[in-house]
Design a protein around this ligand. Structure first.
Ligand code: G1P
Length: 289
């Protein structure tokens, strides 16, 4: 049995960057090729050994719940039509009854508040947090690299990439200590610093292994950057008391919280697909080549 069995997926955000598409459709349900963003994150967690999936939702997000549920009408029609491949695609392995939970965030107070809403569902052990708008890919599920470090050293682990100096204001930024291959000791964390104040260019990209002690800190409700309860601020307060490490993500990464990033992910993942014919020539035509 793996050491990290529960993952939390904050899916309560309004998705204003994608309006009008996200007026009635949750941004986590926007597709990359033919699968909604949230499913990539859930599959990554499942493939890394996670067994319990906790979604922090809000009003207007019921499509997420429906997506991971059975749809007997659709299943019946596909079976009658002999569309067994499609039938396999709509039934996700590992989605066993009782292993999915949905909690309404109720107040839009930030990422830290969203994670705190899962406090009664994470048990006494470490848990993962995955932000679905960060689509990470690698030879193995990127979350598994964090779990490895957690199993070696214990404590909290986040994944990072190096971003351009001018982009630090969009991320949680790590103050690095000792660097050992892909592992970085975390000495501090700052949410969205101006480039002039950033302690490095190592940016947190939406994958976390956290010790449950974070919940007490989040519960204090400190307001941080952007007037929100920030996960980064609570994590910063864990440093020193518990091991805290970052792992440099080595595979590809798509910022699907931005239009260009979502487009890039669609093109890149479509190009990888053997079953899709003509993607490359369609991209060339779009470029006017
Ligand atoms: C959140 C976190 C930030 C992290 C980022 C990754 O910010 O607060 O620390 O670096 O996700 O995408 P958001 O993009 O939700 O503003």
């Amino acid at each position: 049995m793996g050491s990290v069995r529960t993952a939390v997926f904050p899916v309560g955000g309004l998705g204003t960057r994608f309006l009008p598409a996200t007026k009635a459709v949750p941004k986590e349900m926007l597709p990359v090729v033919d699968k909604p963003l949230i499913q990539y994150a859930v599959e990554e967690a499942r493939d890394a050994g996670v067994e319990h999936f906790v979604f922090i939702t809000a009003s207007g997000k019921s499509a997420v719940e429906d997506h991971f549920d059975r749809n007997f009408e659709l299943e019946t029609v596909l079976a009658q039509q002999g569309k067994h491949d499609l039938l396999r695609h709509i039934l996700m392995d590992g989605m066993v009854p009782g292993r999915l939970a949905y909690v309404r965030q109720m107040d839009p107070l930030g990422l830290g508040h969203a994670v705190w809403c899962a406090r009664h569902l994470i048990g006494n052990g470490p848990f993962a947090v995955l932000l679905a708008d960060e689509l990470l890919r690698g030879d193995r599920p990127p979350l598994a690299d964090l779990i490895d470090v957690h199993e070696d050293i214990g404590g909290n682990v986040v994944s990072v990439i190096e971003v351009a100096a001018e982009d630090t204001g969009s991320y949680g930024i790590v103050k690095p200590g000792r660097i050992d291959g892909r592992r970085i000791e975390v000495r501090g964390l700052v949410e969205k610093p101006d480039p002039a104040d950033a302690p490095s260019q190592y940016a947190v990209v939406g994958r976390y292994i956290l010790e449950p002690a974070i919940m007490g800190l989040l519960g204090e409700g400190h307001i941080g950057a952007g007037g929100e309860i920030q996960l980064t601020d609570a994590m910063a307060r864990l440093i020193g008391g518990q091991p805290f490490n970052a792992v440099i993500h080595e595979g590809s990464r798509y910022d699907c919280g931005s239009k260009v990033g979502l487009l890039e992910a669609n093109v890149a993942l479509a190009l990888e697909r053997d079953d899709l014919v003509g993607v490359e020539s369609a991209v060339r035509r779009a470029l006017g080549d």
